[in-house]
Write a protein that binds this ligand. Structure first.
Ligand code: PEP
Ligand code: MN
Length: 683
């Protein structure tokens, strides 16, 4: 077959996919009607998980990767929830005029415009979206009835709150009736596909330029100019017809202005989102089955403890605060207004009662409105699902983490040297959250990957295998502590880029070792967990530097460190302010030489008594030999650590470091099955 006929076959398949998606959407509408009549809740997370697990199983039978199926269906399920949420909302808030007029600040192609398109997408043709010069004008348009809705950016996950909007919200009488979350993807665009070296000037919104500092650092001779919005910058590029000019902004806008993308995804941070609020003249009712969020503004008297009193009201009502922002109070220097978002619906009695109590402890309280929440947690399949999608009867074995109260044998005397790490200071287990993975909680966490990141194919293959076997975290050394200076020292930042790319491709957080204090901050910007290796356990300046970043740190036990020394090393990190420390038992040096190290299994239950910090075990560096890794791993799992880190490699005989101890891929899958109890054949 020639290329063009294969392409037309692909187009036909895509057209079929589209019509199936359309049919599915229709079925979703009917499901909602049925749910509505039976008074069923909108979300049934057990059913969603089962559904996803079944899809992974069926996908695998067809030869599709579990991760691929998961990603596609997460999007489909989310869309279905979004559709049902909208339909329910339309029932509770019957609309008046057929056309909805939406006001945003900026011009066509600006992020606010894209957010408005996304938010009102389900209303199809019946929406007219109109740009205004300023945010004030947007609010005015809604107040005066020239528009039914206004959309305002309130926060960006990179730059933080957009203060101007918070101040406007206090002045306006409009109600908040919705929110939208838009992923910000920045691209460098120009008139034509010219080489980067020809670009002399780059235009964009200040926030967009600030988000791309690393990319821009590669173009030191380029002049940067601020524009009021990214679309305006693109319009200038189009109008000037000057090939030496470029703009930064969304690809969708580039399409509108007929520009070419020179480089995609140029932000410093891989994922950046902007959250928008939708305002209208009248508040909306949120159906009780739709998860709601509420925004309000309050001030408290300037007295000790008054803010705490107000916050206590939320706690007493078991209400989750999702945002707390302070803004200067106009006309009263050093007095503040607090902007609060929380999960809950003002129509519910429970929230009404909470607000009444809140009124009694605040000087000022203005409810901006309740609206359907757009931050829906994604359905995620369990580890078991990956190993054996469908077999619900198999229980994931508990790793035996008792509650703190179970640790009766903890030493009585308060150890002074490691105060913060001690159970005496903090009785409950520390649980560390990394991109949806909980380390230190009830689920046993598996981290796996190669000793060293060697090349793109190698790390991608490892990531894929870790994910498809149900693993949770991807490991990969980029800066390697080698006994000999002539051995492979790692790919450094180049390796880190590959590791992060592989982790992101398969939705796995990544862990990597840092060797020097200078590398801590830059590595922490990319890696999800920092590792301090055994050889550096008492590198106190490294420990301190890791204590200054807000990133989990996995500290490996030194080759000849006592448990006391191990905990004191952790204390160095904790004492600097970083409380997210994971301990790792990886074997210690004894007189025995047949194994690389001696895995000190007793240390694990002992550490669990002495400290609240999560403990993981590394059987790979203890064993040193592949064949010993599996039995040691199973034994280690039995003594109750919170997780494990193992080395794997697609071709261990070619590995640049620690090949002899790397598990072959099938061995790793086997280990996963033995630990998580799966029996069936994964992909
Ligand atoms: C590693 O995890 O690659 C490593 C070097 O481990 P350790 O510090 O335990 O030797
Ligand atoms: Mn290693």
């Amino acid at each position: 077959m020639d290329l063009s006929s294969i392409r037309s076959q692909i187009s036909d398949l895509d057209a079929r996919l589209l019509s199936l998606l359309r049919e599915r959407e229709e079925a979703v509408r009917q499901v909602l009607e049925a749910k509505d009549q039976e008074g069923r809740p909108l979300r049934d997370s057990t059913r969603e998980e089962d559904m996803l697990e079944e899809l992974i199983r069926k996908g695998r039978e067809l030869g599709l990767e579990g991760h691929y199926v998961t990603r596609i269906f997460q999007e489909i399920i989310d869309h279905s929830l979004r559709t049902q949420q909208r339909l329910l909302q339309d029932k509770v808030n019957p609309r008046g005029a057929p056309v909805r007029r939406v006001a945003f600040q900026g011009q066509e192609g600006a992020y606010s415009h894209l957010a408005a398109c996304k938010h009102f997408a389900s209303h199809g043709e019946e929406v007219s979206i109109q740009g205004y010069g300023t945010l004030d004008e947007v609010l005015e348009a809604v107040s005066e009835g020239a528009a039914d809705f206004g959309i305002l950016p309130v926060e960006n996950t990179f730059a933080g709150s957009i203060n101007e909007v918070y101040d406007l919200l206090n002045r306006t009488d409009l109600a908040v009736v919705g929110e939208e979350v838009l992923e910000i993807q920045s691209s460098l665009v120009a008139l034509e596909d010219v080489p980067l070296s020809r670009i002399r000037r780059i235009y964009s919104h200040p926030m967009a330029l600030n988000q791309c500092t690393r990319f821009l650092a590669r173009m030191p001779h380029v002049q940067r100019e601020y524009y009021a919005d990214t679309a305006l910058a693109m319009q200038k590029i189009r109008d000037d017809q000057d090939l030496s000019q470029a703009a930064i902004g969304p690809e969708e806008a580039a399409r509108i202005y007929g520009l070419k993308v020179l480089e995609r995804n140029i932000s410093d941070q891989a994922e950046t989102y902007t959250r928008f609020l939708v305002v209208a003249k009248e508040p909306v009712q949120v159906d009780p089955r739709v998860p709601a969020r509420t925004s309000l503004i309050l001030s408290v008297p300037s007295r000790p403890g008054s803010l705490l009193k107000a916050l206590h009201v939320f706690h007493d009502h078991n209400v989750n605060l999702t945002k707390l922002e302070s803004r200067p109070k106009p006309g009263s220097p050093f007095d503040y207004l607090f902007y609060v978002d929380f999960e809950g619906n003002i129509a519910s009695e429970h929230i009404q009662e909470m607000l009444d109590q809140l009124r009694s402890v605040t000087g000022y309280l203005k409810v901006l409105g309740s609206y359907p929440s757009e931050m829906r947690p994604r359905t995620t399949p369990s580890t078991r699902a990956f190993l054996q999608a469908g077999a619900a009867e198999v229980q994931v074995p508990s790793n035996g983490n008792g509650s703190a109260a179970a640790n009766k044998t903890a030493p009585k005397k308060k150890p002074k040297s490691y105060r913060l790490a001690s159970r005496e200071t903090k009785a409950e287990d520390t649980v560390i959250h990394v991109q949806g993975v909980e380390i230190g909680g009830p689920e046993f966490v598996m981290m796996a990957g190669p000793c060293s990141v060697e090349n793109r194919d190698q790390i991608l293959a490892c990531a894929r295998h870790v994910k498809e076997s149900g693993g949770h975290v991807l490991r990969g050394g980029c800066f390697k502590p080698r006994t000999s200076p002539y051995s492979f020292q790692g790919l450094g930042y180049e390796g880190l880029e590959l590791l992060v790319e592989a982790g992101r491709t398969y939705g796995l957080p990544v862990i990597t070792e840092v060797l020097t204090t200078e590398d801590v901050r830059p590595v922490a910007e990319y890696a999800d967990i920092l590792q301090i290796g055994a050889r550096n356990m008492q590198n106190f300046s490294l420990l301190k530097e890791c204590g200054k970043v807000d990133r989990p740190v996995m500290l490996k036990r030194g080759l000849s460190a006592s448990i006391e020394e191990f905990l004191n090393a952790a204390e160095y990190i904790l004492a600097q302010g970083n409380h997210q420390v994971i301990l790792c038992e990886r074997g210690i040096r004894t007189f025995e030489t047949h194994t690389r190290n001696t895995l000190d299994l007793g240390a694990i239950p002992l550490l669990k008594q002495m400290t609240h910090l999560p403990i993981v075990v590394d059987p790979s560096h203890a064993a040193g030999k592949r064949d010993l890794v599996m039995p040691l791993a199973l034994a280690a799992h039995a003594v109750g650590p919170h997780g494990m880190i193992v080395e794997i490699h697609p071709e261990p005989e070619k590995a640049l470091s620690d090949g002899p101890q790397a598990l072959l891929f099938p061995m790793f899958t086997d280990l996963m099955r033995q630990i998580y109890g799966g029996q069936t054949q994964p992909a």
